[in-house]
Design a protein around this ligand. Structure first.
Ligand SMILES: *Cc1c(COP(=O)(O)O)cnc(C)c1O
Length: 393
């Protein structure tokens, strides 16, 4: 077979799309843009057109695209060591583990490569630790696409073709009493997003997670918090559970963790973590030296550039700016930090297209919620531009 090394030969948009249509599983609805490069909060397509990125790889590029410190760390690491098996120790994994444990208040970490894997690990750990099989999850929850994570993901369309899944009970989000009522002798744990992301940026009342924590303690079931989307400064705290002042028994992270490099983790408190013994769980790539170097650098940037505080400040600014828009089609604007949703009384796909034509990348979730999860480094001027374009539309 002649191997085409054309990757380096610049392909035109049409050529790229033709190859996608021919060779790639048709599982995504894609925007008609082929992205060539990105820097900070600005993305450039193959025709040289620039966009302000309010999607950030879906809450991934918290430190901005291609942050020089992350790029530098990856470059240095890639020349030294990319991967060895978890049959061995590496310095990078040791350093990152200590950093994460300190940041989260958890005791131990298991490294993986994505959000869904982190959730798989959490569900397996909860089953092993409790000897029970059932989970309680929230309506409109999203926890990933592999079969365990899918079993606690609510959307019928995602689940139906793959049933039977693992046993799960769905209760309304933001209703602690519903969780109390649903817990029975088979319940291993309760899994929740501290703020629902895919569900439409749903923010629970201030004391919801606190009450759930109390119920879980009282009933002796585990609380799993899925911070895959809300982690690493996204909501104006390092992790969104800090807004409620509680700690989970098991916690999951991914998305922003590696500054764009695939990276995930499942963390737990010692009494639970100790129930996983050698051989219970594993991942070939989990915590590989390159991914760990990227994550160490990413966390360092968030600290040095005070991006957690910046997220809070810019989130407030964005919400205030969005509130000045014509209210006719705006039902609600809500958010914490730079995780902001604007619920419309109309479907938002059309607005996403029009914004894209005008140089703004936006994402629509739950059909009518515009989700803003830009890099935490985004400037006021860039946010002004975004809101200005929305006003025009
Ligand atoms: C995105 C997301 C996941 C799944 O992460 P993947 O890396 O796509 O597998 C899980 N949970 C939450 C809350 C998410 O937002």
């Amino acid at each position: 077979m002649a191997v085409n090394t054309a990757v380096n030969k610049a392909l035109k948009y049409d050529d790229i799309v033709r190859k996608f249509d021919k060779y790639i599983f048709d599982t995504y609805t894609r925007q008609p843009v082929a992205i060539k490069k990105a820097c900070g909060a600005v993305v450039t397509d193959v025709d040289g057109k620039e966009y302000i990125d309010c999607v950030a790889g879906i809450a991934v590029n918290n430190v901005g695209h291609c942050h020089p410190a992350v790029v530098g760390a990856i470059k240095r690491q890639v020349e030294q060591l990319i991967h060895v098996s978890n049959l061995y120790y590496t310095e990078q994994q040791a350093v990152l583990a200590e950093g994460l444990v300190n940041l989260t208040g958890m005791d131990r970490v298991f490294f993986c490569n994505s959000g869904t894997e982190a959730v798989e690990g959490a569900l397996k750990l909860a089953r092993k630790a409790t000897g029970k099989k059932e989970f309680i999850a929230a309506e409109h929850a999203f926890h990933g696409r592999t079969r365990g994570a899918l079993s606690v993901t609510h959307k019928e369309k995602y689940r139906k073709p793959f049933e039977p899944l693992a046993p799960a009970v769905f209760v309304p989000y933001n209703d602690a009493d519903a969780i109390r009522a649903a817990i029975n002798e088979n319940t291993a744990g309760v899994i929740l997003e501290p703020i629902q992301g895919e569900g439409g940026v749903i923010i629970p009342s201030d004391n919801y997670l606190k009450e759930v924590r109390e119920i879980c303690d009282e009933k002796n079931v585990l609380l799993i918090l899925d911070e895959v989307q809300t982690g690493f400064g996204r909501t104006g705290k390092w992790f969104a559970s800090e807004h409620s002042g509680i700690r989970a028994d098991i916690m999951t992270t991914a998305k922003a963790m590696g500054g764009g490099f695939p990276m995930g983790s499942m963390l737990a408190r010692e009494n639970v973590a100790s129930k996983f013994v050698r051989g219970d769980h594993a991942s070939t790539f989990g915590g590989n030296a390159l991914a760990c170097a990227a994550a160490i650098a990413t966390i360092d940037v968030i600290k040095k550039e005070k991006l957690v505080e910046r997220s809070e400040e810019m989130g407030k600014y964005l919400i205030q700016k969005l509130s000045t828009l014509d209210k006719d089609y705006v039902k609600e604007i809500r958010g914490k930090g730079l995780m902001v949703g604007m619920e419309l009384s109309v479907k938002c796909e059309d607005i996403v297209s029009k914004a894209r034509e005008r140089g703004i990348l936006l994402n629509c979730t739950s059909e009518s919620v515009l989700r803003f999860v830009p890099p935490l480094t985004i400037t006021k001027e860039q946010l002004d531009k975004v809101v200005g374009v929305l006003d025009e539309i």
